[in-house]
Design a protein around this ligand. Structure first.
Ligand SMILES: NC(=O)NCCC[C@H](N)C(=O)O
Length: 258
């Protein structure tokens, strides 16, 4: 059976020191962050996902944003090498977790940099954002790792936001959604639907018509409901202060057979 597992990592007690690049720093309450993270995990479990916790990385303020540390394609886990040097220590526990789950493990090497938040998979198409965190060598290494497995890798310039997936994600039918002022070239995507809020650009596909999304995007949730989807809203306000979104708090392992 294909797996319905999601890798997560609890927030560090130092989460308030997480990086900010495109937003002004605001105070983050570690206790509220932990409560929001727990509720996020609950939402995944309530919709049929088994959550697997990677070893906590308490010395890494941004460790909770586990999506950035690894990119999955089929059973292959590509361990990322963040464009933010201070985030590189986050990968050790994740590497161990994916290996234990039976993934084949591959790595991005120097001089390559790549953050998982820059990688959006839609079927066999893998969009990769070339921006502040992912460089050209990282893009080349992603191609080398996944194209032999059948992926078609499409590079997309990203400069207005932290990661490609800060700007766009996709609905279950493959329609790319994004908040237009932050998307450089919507025409790169075969079908693009603008959404009315920045946080509305981020969905995690829970299965069927269910979309996990941030409570801070109520108008977009209404739009999706009107299109026949079922939004499941979670409050991730403390993580949004650190430029996080719903996608970055988990890595879904969809193609592992158990
Ligand atoms: N994939 C993501 O959207 N990750 C968010 C990372 C936020 C973190 N504060 C960072 O700047 O790296």
């Amino acid at each position: 059976m294909p797996s319905r597992r999601a890798l997560i990592r609890r927030p560090s007690p130092r989460v308030a020191d997480g990086l900010v690049t495109h937003v002004e720093r605001r105070t983050v309450d570690p206790r509220v962050a932990l409560a929001q993270w727990r509720a996020y995990g609950e939402a995944l479990r309530a919709h049929g996902w088994e959550t697997v916790e990677a070893e906590p990385a308490d010395d890494c303020p941004d460790g909770v944003f586990i999506e950035d540390t690894v990119v999955m394609f089929r059973n292959v886990a590509l361990i990322a090498r963040s464009g933010a040097e201070t985030r590189r220590r986050e990968t050790a526990g994740v590497e161990e977790a994916v290996a234990r789950l039976g993934c084949s493990v591959n790595w991005v090497w120097e001089p390559g940099t790549l953050d998982g938040g820059d990688v959006l998979k839609i079927g066999d198409t893998v969009y990769v954002g070339r921006g502040g965190r992912t460089n050209a060598a990282g893009v080349r290494q992603l191609r080398a790792a996944f194209e032999p497995l059948g992926a078609r890798v499409v590079a997309v310039p990203v400069s207005r936001v932290l990661h490609l997936k800060s700007a766009v994600t996709a609905l279950p039918d493959g329609t790319v959604i994004g908040y237009e002022p932050l998307v450089e070239q919507p025409s790169l995507f075969p079908r693009f639907l603008p959404v009315p809020e920045e946080a509305g650009a981020h969905v995690v596909l829970l299965g069927g018509a269910r979309l996990l999304m941030a409570a801070s995007a109520p108008k977009t949730a209404e739009l999706f409901t009107d299109l026949g989807y079922e939004p499941v809203l979670v409050d991730i306000g403390e993580f949004e202060k650190l430029e996080g979104c719903v996608t970055c708090l988990s890595v879904r392992l969809r193609d592992l057979h158990t």
